[in-house]
Design a protein around this ligand. Structure first.
Ligand code: 5RP
Length: 262
């Protein structure tokens, strides 16, 4: 049966499916977080269950760990595997250099550690995430809860010396309480609109006491797989300098399309 997924879910599904072409048996894989990464985990689970693929997954959040376990992917901690062959994850924005904003789902800290500990990072996304200049998506910054107001004020002051088009930070909420990351930290979302020098900004932010990590991923992503609502994908490899186009079949199979929880 051919799927009746919405165009946005089709885009996410085909990007996830194409990215799994990079997976080989025996690999240690970083498993990203978010709705696009959830498709990847589900398809990978099917490959493990039905095709005998042998992989070890290192999840980037508690919810990805739960989903990976549910679909039958053996998981391990980063401490156990130490280094990864490949990480596949989503993104909130990417630019022409494949620099990213991540952390919309609040998992940026583990995502950055896992991606940095990987030989290769493949980002899966739909075309709406592409920008000329990063910053349209509010930049998530993970901070310790102690003195977070002071950390926020220091950040706003530091932003005076950076070429951005806004400086307002807001504490991310979960209902009436602050959102807590898996590590028990807060997230400040900074509405910068236009980040002219993302590399410089990333360095400045991480020098501020109280900042745990920022959502700018600079020179970490190697490949982006962009899915489209009509089932086409575009694969851009920043190292090889190649751009490829392909069409991916979307065929419904048992369980895969049921109840994506992200
Ligand atoms: C989570 C992330 C996600 O990768 C990002 O938010 C994209 O999510 P989605 O695929 O749901 O759009 O960085 O921290």
């Amino acid at each position: 049966m051919v799927s009746d997924l919405s165009p946005i879910d089709t885009a996410k599904f085909v990007a996830a499916k194409r990215a799994l072409d990079y997976v080989e048996s025996g690999m240690r894989l970083g498993l990203g977080t978010g709705s696009t990464a959830a498709w990847m985990v589900r398809i990978l689970g099917e490959m493990v269950r039905n095709e005998g693929l042998k992989v070890t997954g290192v999840p980037t959040s508690d919810r990805t760990a739960a989903l990976a376990t549910e679909v039958g992917i053996p998981i391990a901690t980063l401490a156990e595997v130490k280094w990864l062959d490949l990480t596949i994850d989503g993104a909130d924005e990417f630019d022409h250099n494949l620099n990213l904003i991540k952390g919309g789902g609040g998992a940026l800290l583990q995502e950055k550690i896992v991606a940095t500990a990987s030989d290769q990072m493949v980002v899966i996304t739909d075309v709406s995430k592409e920008v000329d200049t990063l910053g349209k998506f509010p930049l998530p910054i993970e901070v310790v809860t102690f003195g977070w107001e002071t950390t926020k004020a220091l950040m706003e002051e530091a932003l005076m010396n950076v070429d951005v088009m806004g400086r307002t930070g807001t504490l991310r909420m979960n209902g009436s309480d602050p959102f807590l990351t898996d590590e028990g930290h807060y997230i400040l979302d900074f509405h910068l609109h236009h980040i002219a020098e993302p590399r410089k900004l990333a360095l400045i932010l991480n020098q501020i006491p109280g900042v745990v990590e920022n959502g700018l991923f600079i020179d970490i992503c190697d490949t982006v797989v962009i899915g489209y609502g009509d089932g086409n994908v575009e694969v851009r490899d920043i190292n090889a300098g190649t751009i490829e186009h392909e069409r991916i079949d979307v065929i419904e199979r048992d369980n895969l399309f049921a109840d994506i929880s992200e």
